[in-house]
Ligand binder design. Structure first.
Ligand code: SF4
Length: 379
């Protein structure tokens, strides 16, 4: 695409006149529903970044709340998973991982702490880069892999491409649909509809959500990441709630299909299987973790190394960490500004909880775009 065409595309998806039409439609729909507030949840840090960056909440009608759910992969990486990475690093194993994972606190230490004690931690931008590291050394390299379906597919592709024998994976990959189930099953949930992440749906297809929507009588709309994509998806979601249309819809048709990318799905499930596993601050989610199938044991750091986390888990959690509301934020029960530590004791440069660590964390995004602690415009 030429720069010129890209510019036109950008204008098309950021047209203020169309944005005003869509926000007027949102206001009409909320009024038609005769109840407020209506709470909708998205499950994607990229959506939250776009909503905050473009100030979309300031243009939503007062009766509409759009909140972020468990959509930040770093935030939901469990303490125990960080402990495993830290323990391996302190045992002298070289760890390659994404940048946001380095500062993420474990039970008593982060990878950054381990690095300060002499451990070898390499920040990588992709699974491919982690393999490249393994190719230029004889020492074992463990890729501490985090992320949802999209990054798990990239990890799967690497394992399918015959990486060197000194390479293995410590999987902290998570699968989002079971987390949506967990939110929908909470007795106190107020969520009436979900926006699903467009990039994950490119792989899974939007048809994946049809059964969920029917069972929970909660519609799901797949959304892209431009401001108008998000507003149009919200309009569609409210229409479906109004019409009691409990299904899945696609508001990102330029990238997403009902079936998704079959080849990518096949790679994903050849390498991974869904397993019950802990999500930080939320608890064990049935089928929420992506673990390597036993056929990949030779590449599975959990089977290849003896990982002893006991020393790391003896330290008591700090008083401040115990007050962190990250888990409740990720299931939509409270917002960052409900946390007394937000923007005071908890800051991006000295995070108390996981939601302030990652650029995809709700607290970090709210802090970055809203300052502390009063965020005008959040409905
Ligand atoms: S502001 Fe910090 S302590 Fe409070 S919920 Fe967010 S991450 Fe946790």
């Amino acid at each position: 695409m030429s720069a010129e065409t890209g510019g036109v595309a950008e204008l098309k998806f950021r047209d203020p006149r169309r944005a005003r039409e869509l926000t007027a439609a949102l206001a009409r729909l909320v009024e038609e529903l005769h109840r407020a507030p209506v709470t909708l949840m998205h499950v994607c840090g990229t959506h939250e970044q776009a909503i905050a960056r473009f100030g979309l909440r300031t243009s939503l009608p007062p009766g509409l709340r759009v909140i972020m759910g468990p959509g930040c992969p770093v935030c939901v990486t469990d303490l125990g998973e960080v402990d495993e990475g830290v323990a391996l690093a302190l045992q002298g194993v070289r760890i390659a991982t994404y940048g946001d994972m380095v500062k993420l606190p474990g039970s008593s230490k982060s990878l950054a702490d381990a690095q300060a004690e002499g451990a070898q931690i390499d920040v990588v931008y992709s699974a491919t880069q982690a393999v490249e590291l393994a190719r230029v050394t004889d020492e074992p390299v463990v890729f501490f892999a985090s992320g949802f379906e999209t990054t798990a597919v990239a990890t799967a592709a690497i394992l399918l491409s015959r990486p060197p024998a000194n390479f293995s994976v410590l999987s902290a990959h998570k699968y989002v649909p079971p987390a949506m189930e967990a939110v929908a099953c909470l007795p106190e949930t107020r969520v009436e509809g979900f926006l699903a992440a467009g990039h994950a749906a490119v792989i899974t297809g939007y048809g994946l959500f049809e059964d969920f929507a029917r069972r929970h009588r909660t519609p799901v709309v797949v959304a892209g990441f431009e401001p108008l994509d998000i507003l149009a998806a919200l309009v569609r979601l409210l229409e479906m709630i109004r019409d009691r249309e409990y299904g899945a819809a696609n508001a990102y048709p330029r990238c997403v299909t009902r079936e998704g990318n079959r080849r990518a799905q096949e790679s994903l499930w050849r390498v991974f299987e869904a397993a019950d596993g802990p999500w930080r601050g939320i608890g064990v989610i049935p089928g929420g973790n992506l673990q390597l199938r036993k056929e990949w044991a030779a590449m599975d750091a959990r089977r290849r190394f003896r990982i002893d986390v006991s020393g790391l888990q003896q330290a008591a959690q700090s008083e401040l960490s115990r007050r962190c509301l990250c888990g409740k934020i990720m299931v939509g029960l409270v917002e960052p500004t409900d946390c007394p530590l937000f923007g005071r004791q908890c800051l991006p440069e000295s995070p108390v909880g996981a939601c302030m660590v990652s650029s995809e964390g709700t607290c970090r995004i709210w802090y970055q775009y809203g300052g502390r602690p009063d965020l005008g415009g959040t409905a």
